[in-house]
Design a binder for this molecule. Sequence first.
Ligand code: ATP
Length: 194
Amino acid sequence: ASKIIGLTGGIGSGKTTVAKFIENCGFPVYYSDERAKAIVNENDSLKQRIKDLLGSDSYDEKGLYNRKFVGEKVFNNDELLGQLNEIIHPAVREDFEQWVAQQTKYLIFKETALLFELKLHLQCYKSLLVTAEDNIRIKRVMDRDGKTYREVESVMNNQMSEKDKIKMADFVIYNNTNLEDLQEDTEKIIFEIE
Ligand code: ATP
């Protein structure tokens, strides 16, 4: 069986960039957050359960997930958000398990923003955290998404602290310099895991 490495990092840490470097090295990456976004449009029984929970407006007339509507419904309602996650998370887990079963490489990676928050690292062989100083992450997301300093900062303040994540991670990449260093550090770590 393949060994699963959990790949994570807070907003703007560079985890997606690292994931691409890993793929360039020939190792498969499962993008959990991207898959979760697709799954809400793919699975009919899951669609129905979301509509039952939040209302038929959760999907538009074309049957596509209405992220804005759902976001507003669960905003500041932890109970509803919890119930929504109880529908979505098992579906993503199942999708991931099917993906894992198809893999042949000895090392495979699972990218997810919530590796430690959802305790998914417990189901991984090792965990790899990408981190960078707050100001650097904020600046990168401002440049990437055109968001304001305060918008990025508020997302960041709702995530688990870097200090706690660093304590939990088996491997840490400090992404404070440039893309060349990031690629080099990523390749070094993959070699260390092997
Ligand atoms: P999010 O969780 O917000 O999606 P992420 O952790 O996936 O973020 P990336 O999208 O990989 O982060 O990186 C954030 C932005 O910073 C991207 O535009 C990326 O190109 C840029 N970036 C990442 N690392 C570096 C670096 N070392 N030097 C310059 N730019 C970088």
